[in-house]
Design a protein around this ligand. Structure first.
Ligand code: NAD
Length: 477
């Protein structure tokens, strides 16, 4: 049963508007309806684009300091509402409270970085006299906002991945229409309430909920949208790129991240980090550890430590304080990966731990020495499953990591400096994390992938570059 107060509205042009049609939003853990959410149709999206064009004009009038202050204030309000926001996550995407609080803390930090970045969007002077015909000229560049940006976000980090789009977009003076994942609209609506309170001009942020195929499609194809910043699956990302025409498009897509364990001063600590990287938020993290390659002399010892630590994880209600793993975003996702486990078993592969499913909860699962054609080795799981594999030589380990359609981040544990630098040179990924797991991320570092993991970089400063146009001025002296 939902009450009238659970009926959500759209946020367009600084107004909270009723939708014509709604869908029931259910908690992935309890299956209960937690809200009714507007299903926006094409006309609503077109109205949002009109309002966002006005919003972009208002944003252009603000000084860098004013934009920075709004972002700073939003970060402060997030801090005051930490518990409330964490609870939204526990309800809408079954993120265990401990992890949900962590996401809100990162969201605050992301907006703070954006507030700082708003104050340092520089251009440069160009040494025009370096060319024969440039003599007697003076030139400089400046960065200008693009205008209206469409942000399309996934379900797994709905507050922080939205912050990675809203923060830099506002820092640079753009307006945004955000289309949150249909499973996680409440976080985007809560963020809109916070920015409204923080004093963002009307129309600078618009939240349009509904179906990706309807809302997303209008945003991607409308020429008034100057950029689409997308985080989500390869399949949807490719479709966006095909339909976006000449708009700027950045795509933050999936992965099946790997870590090499060549040598380690403290194998116990490495095993602990690998447990966190493999099973945090049930593996529904784009840089979740999915493939572990261990030098054969360390293999049995590592596997034993890793399995023992995995056994300590508690699964259950996301709103319970000691839960580590809860429901996947849908029971179908849990069944999909249960099918992978079944086919691994049928192929004679040993399941070292886990493999069971309780409703939408897939128990943390460790597969031993999966073959290179098994799903866990070559597809993205987005579930709590990891393969632990042994290798003989360093070159073999590098080849195994690179044998992937994806390339977001990779981790390398080694006590050898030459090997660490060699890994940086040879691994085909956007980021190499030495002596830690590939899941390491802080929010100002450049972040993005190669191959099917996408194109473009996030991390506030890098997003600001993507979200601005470089303008050149040449003066004839
Ligand atoms: P998804 O691709 O199913 O959905 C992402 C967003 O796209 C949603 O808002 C959805 O409504 C929208 N969408 C769906 N169809 C659309 C269409 N035709 N046009 C426009 N928009 C459309 O992804 P998901 O299941 O929400 O998230 C999981 C995926 O996201 C995984 O592949 C994961 O690796 C990836 N991800 C990547 C990063 C990263 O930074 N690289 C971070 C988090 C998640």
């Amino acid at each position: 049963m939902t009450t009238n107060s659970d009926k959500k509205r759209l946020y367009i042009g600084g107004e909270w508007l009723e939708g014509n049609d709604h869908y029931d939003l259910r908690s992935p853990y309890s299956g209960k309806v937690i809200a009714q959410v507007p299903l926006a149709e094409k006309e609503t999206v077109l109205k949002a684009i009109e309002c966002a064009e006005q919003g972009a004009k208002e944003m252009k009038k603000l000084t860098a300091l004013e934009r920075s202050n709004i972002l700073e204030r939003a970060a402060e309000i997030f801090k005051e509402r930490l518990e409330e926001c964490a609870l939204i996550l526990a309800k809408e995407n079954a993120k265990p409270l401990k992890a949900a609080r962590g996401e809100i803390l990162r969201t605050i930090e992301t907006y703070k970085f954006a507030a700082e970045e708003a104050k340092r969007i520089h251009g440069e002077t160009i040494p025009m006299d370096a060319a024969k015909n440039g003599k007697g000229r003076f030139a400089y560049t400046k960065r200008e906002p693009l205008g209206v940006i469409a942000a399309i976000t996934p379900f797994n980090f709905p507050f922080n991945l939205a912050a990675h789009k809203l923060g830099p977009a506002f820092a640079a003076g753009n307006s945004v229409i955000i289309k949150p994942a249909s499973q996680t609209p409440l976080s985007a609506l809560a963020a809109a309430g916070i920015f409204e309170e923080a004093g963002l001009p009307k129309g600078a942020l618009n939240v349009v909920t509904g179906k990706g195929s309807v809302v997303g499609n209008v945003l991607v194809t409308d020429p008034r949208i100057k950029m689409v910043t997308f985080t989500g699956s390869v399949e949807v990302g490719l479709g966006i790129k095909e339909r976006a025409g000449l708009k700027k498009v950045t795509l933050e897509l999936g992965s099946n991240s790997a870590v090499i364990i060549d040598s380690a001063a403290d194998l116990d600590a490495v095993a602990q980090r690998c447990v966190e990287g493999s099973f945090a938020y049930s593996g529904q993290v784009c840089i979740s550890v999915q493939r572990i390659y261990v030098q054969e002399d360390l293999y049995e010892s590592f596997l034993q430590k890793f399995t023992e630590k995995t056994k300590q994880l508690k699964f259950g209600d996301p709103e319970s304080e000691d839960t580590d793993l809860s429901a996947l975003i849908s029971i179908n996702e849990a069944k999909r990966v249960e099918g992978w486990i079944e086919s691994a078993r049928n192929a004679g592969t040993e399941i070292a731990y886990g493999g069971q499913r309780t409703g939408a909860i897939l128990h943390p699962t460790i597969i031993k020495n999966a073959g290179s054609t098994q799903e866990v080795s070559c597809q993205e799981a987005f579930a709590p499953i990891v393969s632990v594999n042994s290798y003989k030589t360093w070159d073999e380990a590098i080849d195994l990591v690179n044998d992937s359609l994806y390339g977001l981040q990779a981790g390398v544990y080694t006590t050898s400096m030459p090997k660490a630098f060699d890994a940086v040179e040879r691994l085909e990924v956007g980021g190499v994390i030495v002596n830690d797991i590939p899941s390491f991320r802080v929010d100002h570092m450049p972040y993005g992938g190669v191959k099917n993991s996408g194109t473009g970089r996030e991390g506030i400063k890098y997003s600001v570059e993507e979200m601005t146009e470089l303008k050149l001025a040449v003066f004839t002296l």
